[in-house]
Design a protein around this ligand. Structure first.
Ligand code: FES
Length: 131
């Protein structure tokens, strides 16, 4: 996704966070790949005014999760389905919930301020299947 930086009400990014784009540009429940200015690949999922972010690299074969589907909910957050071979990941924890992948994915803290989505530093991936 290429995100125009056009929101006139945007504030400065919180410390440690990078701008990912405007909330209105994210289709609800459509996992969307974003490349941050530091090169980090992030898959963001919006539901209402809430956004989750996970690493946009599936550990199974290294393909992107962006463009996949939201197939349910885990711990109050969307479950993302990898569009390539169907692995399921929790946006809440990054845990793999079903294979063929056996490794979880990193998550990222998200802040939405004045309609702008900011992504923080990558968090460690859960280290085992169904963590
Ligand atoms: S690349 Fe994601 S399940 Fe195979």
């Amino acid at each position: 996704m290429t995100t125009p930086l056009s929101n006139p009400q945007a504030t400065h990014a919180p410390a440690g966070f990078l701008r990912a784009g405007d909330l209105v540009d994210l289709d609800p429940n459509l996992p969307t790949g974003v490349v941050l200015e530091n090169g980090e690949r992030v898959c963001v999922v919006r539901r209402g005014d809430t956004v989750w972010a996970v690493h946009d690299v599936c550990p199974h074969r290294g393909f992107a999760l962006g463009g996949g589907d939201v197939v349910g909910e885990h711990e109050g957050a969307p479950i993302v389905e990898c569009p390539w071979h169907g692995a399921h990941f929790s946006c809440a924890t990054g845990a793999v919930l079903s294979g063929p992948c056996t490794d979880g994915i990193p998550t990222f803290p998200v802040q939405v301020i004045n309609g702008v989505v900011y992504i923080g530093a990558r968090q460690a991936a859960p280290d085992s299947e169904n963590a």
